[in-house]
Design a protein around this ligand. Structure first.
Ligand code: GAL
Length: 689
């Protein structure tokens, strides 16, 4: 569903697709750097050490508004000028940031009305970050002023090549209910419903619980202090308003930066709630950035899988991405402290990130700070500034990237099995009224893990993206579904693709209301089935249900649907309670492909049950047959170039029975195709010849 953004035209490169490489001509490598935290002596030494580690880019200034504009209207760029010049002499370029995540004290004192307000009416206070409201016209004006001042000052500086807008929009705080947001939300609704309150009443179903409004000015932002559940369409539109507000706030900055120097590469580091990265927000950028912190997953065995899924999820939004912050040591904040990466683990994580679409990597952070809320968030260098194994590992990767970087730039990640992920409306609509069922993204993540472990080229793809290169596309429980996506799905199937649709898909519209058409709604004709009965399984142990396919069967956990075949064949049936013998899974052949409809949640055991049939229809094979499950295999390609990544994600040494033949990009050897042993955290990267 497209949102209206005050008629703003996107300022980026367009063509968002999971297969879009970035337009970077150098594979950049470096770290976020905070000269404002360090003495002049430290700063002098830093540039040399960064150069020794093969840095090409540092990111600066995202929290330095107080240094750049110590008093209103008085700018002081000297610290950054000096640092940029010193790094520039060593061939290290700079990515600057607009510093709007931390407005300075003079501003919050002079204009406390810019502070965000939580749903209970509490104003955020000065002293942390993300305390100002993106909708507030006064804050937008100050944001434009500091952006303009920085843009004017650095427009002609050849060392400044890139910008990051703000820092991790919406990472701590996404909602705001201040007076500016009340007015902004009402204005958003006026535009959306073309000034006709009757349209809003109808779309939101305000007849339910006497919510009817007679004027847009009566409509509040949805807050949790109502006695019980709120209106799902109202809340979804509020989230859309939040998304628009942050996109427009960023657009102000991007417009200024592009006007000052059209050569600048502009990015932002995501990914967080209530941002539509596939909308204006992502389209304004040259490429999205994604901050990679795998150690938020506390399970070391699971961590490589969650890292892989998160990278694929981000690539589904706009394509290949930059990593403005990559974990380099344990993160410690508030009540937690991560594990410390083992020797080789940082390198393994980095190559997992590059394999799955990173076109630039910067490690958070250069040196661990000795003060402030993140004084235990470890960087490449420790508190005592002594380079140890993290620095050595980073320097090794820097060396390796001299060959590897040019080999992967311009390539995309090969995907055979696409999982539908990445629609802000669908995922947020689910969370608003979930019925206690897992978010479709969580279901996709479980499938991703299994397919990844089994060695398939699995990735995440939005249904509006081009599906042509996929063999199999799986839509897990997208209750809200846009009928505009259906024709491309049909074409995909007719041309030989296999589509698997999970239960509940197509049952709601894009306003979070249930549709009148029998489920699966706009997909009914394509699937050739309708849903005759459905139900939640709240006690599957007491009233078990199974799906039987041939001689095998598997238990369902959460949900059942009884299917009525309309133009499809029965593939599997229900066993248990009153469902025995009813259709559970259908298959319809159309053109050269097939559509499966699965009348339950796509849990791994249900998928396993019919996998052999689906695999046969989709004609998919493991990406590099024979790869043991402990090793992740990913292919980056542009059609002619083929770069293979093998990473050992287990704790043991693993033998790869055979490899592609070509150049080993991590040392100077040829790889001849014979067996190779990968040690714990070991990596092999081969450019096929
Ligand atoms: C990121 C953030 C950084 C730093 C880091 C470690 O989310 O962008 O500024 O806070 O986490 O906590």
């Amino acid at each position: 569903m497209s949102t209206e953004y005050h008629g703003l035209a996107p300022l980026g490169r367009g063509g968002l697709s999971h297969r879009r490489p970035t337009a970077l001509s150098t594979f950049h490598f470096g770290a976020p750097y905070y000269p404002e935290h360090w003495s002049a002596d430290d700063r002098r030494e830093d540039a040399a050490r960064m150069a020794e580690a093969e840095f090409t880019l540092v990111r600066m200034a995202e929290f330095a508004w107080d240094v750049l504009e110590p008093e209103e209207g008085t700018f002081d760029f000297s610290l950054f000028d000096e640092t940029i010049a010193r790094l520039g002499k060593r061939g290290i370029r700079t990515m600057l940031c607009t510093p709007t995540a931390t407005p300075p004290r003079w501003l919050t004192l002079a204009r406390p009305d810019i502070l965000r307000e939580d749903p209970r009416g509490t104003r955020m206070q000065h002293g942390a970050r993300q305390h100002a409201c993106h909708t507030n016209p006064c804050f937008r004006e100050y944001s434009r002023r500091i952006t303009q001042a920085m843009a004017d000052h650095y427009a002609g500086n050849r060392h400044v090549i890139a910008w990051q807008t703000d820092n991790e929009f919406n990472c701590h705080f996404s909602e705001c209910h201040c007076p500016a947001c009340q007015a902004g939300f009402q204005d958003f609704l006026r535009r959306k419903f073309k000034g006709e309150i009757a349209r809003l009443n109808q779309t939101w179903g305000t007849a339910f619980w006497a919510q009817t409004y007679t004027d847009f000015a009566q409509i509040p932002t949805p807050k949790p202090d109502r006695p019980c559940y709120d209106n799902p369409a109202h809340r979804l539109d509020y989230y859309r308003f939040v998304r628009e507000s942050v996109a427009v706030f960023q657009h102000d900055q991007v417009a200024i930066l592009r006007a000052a120097n059209p050569q600048w590469f502009i990015t932002h580091n995501g990914c967080f709630r209530h941002i539509d990265y596939r909308g204006l927000f992502g389209e304004d950028l040259d490429a999205l950035g994604y901050d990679v912190y795998p150690f938020f997953d506390p399970d070391p065995e699971h961590r490589p899988y969650s890292q892989a899924f998160n990278l694929d999820r981000v690539r589904a939004l706009t394509g290949n991405f930059l990593i403005p912050e990559h974990q380099s040591g344990p993160g410690g904040q508030g009540g937690y402290m991560h594990d410390t990466p083992e020797p080789g683990e940082l390198r393994r994580m980095t190559y997992t990130s590059i394999a799955r679409g990173a076109d630039a990597v910067m490690y958070f952070r250069w040196r661990t700070c000795r003060f402030g809320a993140e004084e235990y968030w470890r960087g490449i260098l420790d508190h005592d500034n002594v380079p140890r194994r993290a620095y050595d590992e980073v320097a090794q990767i820097g060396q390796e990237l001299r060959r590897l970087g040019p080999a992967v730039l311009g390539t995309h990640v090969r995907v055979d099995v696409g999982l539908a992920v990445g629609d802000a409306d669908v995922e947020e609509a689910h969370d608003i009224l979930s019925l206690g069922l897992p978010n479709p993204r969580t279901i996709a993540q479980r499938l991703h893990e299994d397919l990844n472990r089994a060695g398939y080229a699995v990735g995440c793809v939005h249904p509006a993206d081009s599906l042509g290169a996929l063999s199999l596309f799986v839509i897990p429980h997208w209750a809200s579904f846009d009928p505009a996506w259906v024709p491309a799905l049909e074409q995909f199937v007719r041309q030989g693709g296999v589509l698997v649709i999970g239960a509940r898909t197509g049952t709601k519209d894009m306003n979070n209301n249930v549709v009148a058409t029998t489920a699966p709604g706009c997909l009914r004709e394509l699937a050739g089935v309708s849903v005759h009965e459905y139900g939640r399984q709240n006690a599957p142990d007491k009233r078990p249900l199974r799906i039987t396919y041939g001689a095998d069967s598997a238990a369902t956990e959460l949900w059942y649907e009884v299917l009525k075949l309309e133009d499809a064949d029965e593939l599997a049936t229900w066993t248990g309670r009153h469902l025995t013998g009813e259709t559970a899974i259908s298959r319809r052949r159309i053109g050269r492909g097939a559509v499966y409809y699965v009348g339950t949640m796509l849990t791994p055991s249900i998928c396993m049950l019919v996998w052999s049939r689906v695999q046969l229809d989709a004609r998919i094979e493991q990406l590099w047959p024979g790869t043991p499950s402990q090793v992740e295999v990913v292919l980056r390609t542009d059609g002619s170039r083929r770069v293979w990544f093998f990473t050992n994600r287990s704790d043991e040494s693993v033998r790869l029975p055979h490899t592609p033949t070509g150049d080993n990009l991590l040392d100077d050897d040829e790889v001849t195709g014979g067996p190779i042993t990968l040690d714990r955290h070991g990596v092999l990267i081969v450019r096929e010849s």
